[in-house]
Structure formats: structure tokens, C-alpha cells
Design a protein around this ligand. Structure first.
Ligand code: CA
Length: 221
């Protein structure tokens, strides 16, 4: 569902890839390998990867968090845009999928940028806060179990500095958020987060239709 941006025709998708995305060869290899796996639609689209690299550069990020790594396309996209001393704390529960991410970070010569934390992400985020890492991060990407989106959002809001960015994936959810006949826990959790973020005075929110919908949040205070 998110291996390409929602609603794009084949020709427009092809044009974006050819002219604008300039996907680094290592990301192309990772995308091809991931495409052969079960759950391969959990991988973000190449234009979304490009956009995230651009955002990381825009906000001058050095320290990043990722909630939900899968095989690492988004983490590696972010890492490629970070300065030499940049780091990404990457949270996931799967040893199997993150071992793919680890291998590609090594191939890219960026293993020193990856701080992989295996285990439930809420526990990892809470431990970062307990260790005094409040407002210590510049950029966070949330792309994990949707039922916990509101909890990840609250933690990341504390961990990210004022002016930092939080990006939440799958916030159009293949269009299901806009379909009143859909009433499941994941869809409802995404709807609730979108509605909550737009009213939240702590953030400036925008929802764009890149990939499967990206909720962009700039922390105001
Ligand atoms: Ca996703």
C-alpha cells in the first residue's frame, strides 16, 4: 500500500522516480531485497524516502529517532542525510527484519550512525526520557503499530526539541481514514491522531499525500 504514493498514476510515479528521486544505489538494492519479503508493502515509497532526506537536511537534524524500522529503508534514508556525527535511535521488535537494516548500514559504511534498540518502542522511548534525553532530538519518524500512535506521539513530542520535526507515516492509510464504512482499531487510532494533532497547540501540523500519507509536525514549544 505504501510502496508508492497514494493515487499516483504509473506515468507520474515513473516520472518522479526518473527525474527527481535520485535514489542512491544502496537504497535501490535494499528496496529490491525487501520487495521479495512478506509484508514488503510496509516499505516506504522512494519519493517518500527522498522527501524524508530533504526534511532531515531542512531541519539540520543530527539526532533522530525512528519508531518502527522494518528492513531499514527509512532509517537508512535518514542516515544518508545526516552529518558525519549524526545518529539515529532505531526502535523495533524484530531481530529478523532489523538484521537486514543492520547489514545495509554496514554496506553503506554508516553502521556508526545506527543505534538499534530491539524491544517494545514505548519502553525504549520511556528509557530515553528517564535518562534525561528530553528535547535532545531533532527529528522523529513514527511508523509502527497504529494502536500506539498517540502514545508514540506524546513520547516523541517530549524527546524532540522546539523547532524539531515529527513525521508520522500511513496517516491516510490507503484512504481508509476517509471511508466511513471502515471502523477498525488501526484506522480509528490514525483518525484520532490526525484530529488531535491539528488541534494541539504544541505543534504546527500538516498532512500531505506523499507515500501513504505523512503527518508532519513541527514542535512549537
Ligand atoms: Ca509505514
Amino acid at each position: 500500500m505504501s510502496s508508492r504514493s497514494l493515487g499516483l498514476s504509473d506515468s507520474v510515479h515513473g516520472y518522479l522516480l526518473e527525474v527527481m528521486v535520485r535514489e542512491p544505489p544502496i537504497l535501490t538494492r535494499l528496496r529490491d531485497e525487501t520487495q521479495r519479503l512478506k509484508f514488503s508493502t510496509m516499505q516506504i515509497s522512494p519519493d517518500q524516502g527522498r522527501f524524508m532526506r530533504w526534511l532531515v537536511g531542512l531541519c539540520g537534524a543530527r539526532r533522530c529517532i525512528e519508531v518502527g524500522v522494518f528492513t531499514g529503508y527509512s532509517s537508512l534514508s535518514v542516515a544518508l542525510a545526516l552529518p558525519a556525527d549524526g545518529r539515529i535511535v532505531a526502535c523495533d521488535v524484530s531481530e529478523e527484519w532489523t538484521s537486514v537494516a543492520r547489514r545495509y548500514f554496514e554496506d553503506a559504511g554508516l553502521a556508526h550512525k545506527l543505534d538499534l534498540r530491539l524491544g517494545p518502542a514505548l519502553a525504549t522511548l520511556d528509557s530515553l526520557l528517564a535518562q534525561g534525553e528530553k528535547a535532545a532530538f531533532d527529528f522523529a519518524f513514527i511508523d509502527a503499530d497504529k494502536e500506539n500512535y498517540a502514545a508514540y506521539y506524546e513520547r516523541c513530542l517530549e524527546l524532540v526539541r522546539t523547532g524539531g520535526l515529527i513525521v508520522v507515516d500511513n496517516t491516510l492509510w490507503g484512504g481508509k481514514v476517509a471511508d466511513p464504512s471502515v471502523d477498525d482499531s488501526s484506522t480509528n487510532a490514525i483518525r484520532e491522531l490526525n484530529a488531535r494533532a491539528v488541534r494541539d497547540p504544541r505543534v504546527d501540523a500538516s498532512l500531505i499525500s506523499v507515500g501513504d500519507g505523512l503527518l508532519l509536525l513541527r514542535k512549537l514549544a
